[in-house]
Write a protein that binds this ligand. Structure first.
Ligand code: PAF
Length: 306
């Protein structure tokens, strides 16, 4: 399968690296430092067991026109840059290409849909985590299943084919039937507990489970999020989802969350499509979300200190 990557940051590196073992992987990133490093050393991934793996994609380039249409294009670009990035990389897809987001937050597929027909869009979630060591060099901080789905049931065979392609590359992957937004919400509940708090407090994920006050706030925020999800078409069991969200904080305990890494690097965060999405959809559905609203403003204020 010809698989193109839009973005080779932490998650792009992990997926492009593993998939390049058995597929034709083409990597596009605007960062020359990243692409130079990948060309010279391959994609470098430090695994939890202490080994460093080097993966060689078929091509790494700063020019998307070099790549041509792919069978699957995986986007790992933040939502606020996503539509423009896709327009710039139009050479990487045509009407046979499936375009897939595995990113955090509610709103990535809406951004993709500004450029790509909705029947070509897939989405899902990842349990992998990564921290940057240097451009093109990532510490693999967490592993687990990738879950993928499609809004258009006619694409289910393609979803299964892609899941099999991931499995062949050593990446466990489930093809999930039903509305993929359920996958995105489920992952979002963990992000609600973990991301903003770790970013504000400069702590590892496990703190949000272990510290009494952080646990209290995480619990309030995630219950608001589940109420909003359920008021907008979801059927989530509240206690099960609360437990599951804190369990992610335990399982990824040593991670520095993606939002903490953004704050560390003085980058704009994904707050508006994580807690911010809960506030927005809550207002539309008449569900109060004061804890999420508070933390959205705290992160905006933090971003203003950069
Ligand atoms: O955004 C992240 O960092 C990850 O989605 C998660 C699950 C919180 C683990 O760090």
């Amino acid at each position: 399968m010809k698989i193109g990557f839009l973005g080779c940051g932490n998650m792009g590196s992990i997926y492009a690296g593993y998939l390049s073992q058995v597929h034709d992987v083409y990597v596009f990133d605007v960062s020359e430092a990243t692409i130079d490093s990948v060309k010279k050393n391959g994609i470098l991934i430090d695994e939890p067991d202490g080994t460093t793996l080097s993966f060689r994609p078929k091509m790494a380039t700063t020019n998307p026109d070099d790549i041509g249409p792919c069978d699957l294009m995986i986007v790992f670009v933040k939502y606020m840059f996503l539509a423009d990035a896709l327009r710039n990389a139009h050479a990487m897809f045509d009407d046979h290409t499936m375009v897939m987001s595995l990113q955090n937050g509610i709103g990535n597929t809406d951004e993709i849909a500004k450029v790509v027909p909705t029947n070509q869009i897939l989405c899902g979630t990842t349990a992998h985590g990564g921290n940057t060591i240097a451009p093109g060099h990532v510490r693999h901080a967490g592993t687990g299943a990738t879950q993928i789905g499609t809004i258009d049931p006619a694409n289910m065979d393609k979803v299964r084919e892609i899941a099999a392609a991931f499995e062949a590359a050593g990446l466990p992957c489930d093809a999930k039937e039903g509305n993929p937004l359920n996958l995105v919400w489920h992952k979002l509940f963990a992000n609600i507990v973990i991301n903003a708090q770790t970013a504000l407090l400069n702590v590892q994920n496990k703190f949000t489970n272990d510290n009494e006050d952080a646990h209290y706030l995480g619990d309030k925020m995630v219950r608001e999020a589940i109420a909003v999800a359920n008021a907008t078409g979801g059927h989530f069991d509240v206690e099960e989802e609360v437990k599951g969200a804190f369990n992610v904080a335990v399982l990824t305990g040593e991670n520095r969350s993606s939002m903490l890494q953004d704050v560390d690097n003085k980058r704009r965060t994904e707050i508006d499509i994580i807690n911010g999405a809960v506030v927005k959809l809550g207002a539309e559905a008449g569900i109060p979300t004061p804890y999420n609203d508070f933390i959205v403003h705290m992160i905006h204020a933090k971003q203003a200190t950069y």
